[in-house]
Design a protein. Structure first.
Length: 123
């Protein structure tokens, strides 16, 4: 298995699924097989869905539009004052914060040592 970076993502160009196996979808696979064997049934389902949409069924209308046009994209609003536009910037920021957290005890200890040295030189 490929080693992950701190951000939880796989290295660029490296697959997290090297064997290429897709997720199992037994129900979907069964329906596809049934409809492939009986195109008339697929036609009946399509006609029923269109009929429901014509009657004003918004769920049927949404299903049709999602299949024909694709689902609409959703926007994401970030309220932080800093804007991050690339994943590399996020990775860089995570690394900076991780380093600060790792170094914090060392910096605190060094500051205490300096204060202690100052006190001994004053006396």
């Amino acid at each position: 298995m490929e080693k992950k970076r701190n951000s939880g993502m796989f290295q660029p160009g490296k697959s997290g699924n090297p064997s290429g196996k897709g997720k199992l979808k037994p129900l979907t696979d069964r329906i596809r097989m049934t409809l492939a064997q009986s195109p008339e049934r697929a036609q009946q389902i399509a006609e029923a869905l269109i009929s429901e949409a014509e009657k004003g069924n918004l769920q049927a209308t949404s299903m049709i539009l999602d299949r024909l046009e694709g689902k609409p994209t959703q926007s994401l609003e970030i309220t932080d004052a800093r804007q991050v536009t690339e994943i590399s910037e996020i990775d860089k920021r995570i690394d900076e914060l991780s380093n600060r957290l790792r170094l914090a005890p060392i910096i605190d200890a060094s500051a205490e040592d300096i204060e202690a040295d100052d006190e001994t030189t004053r006396h």
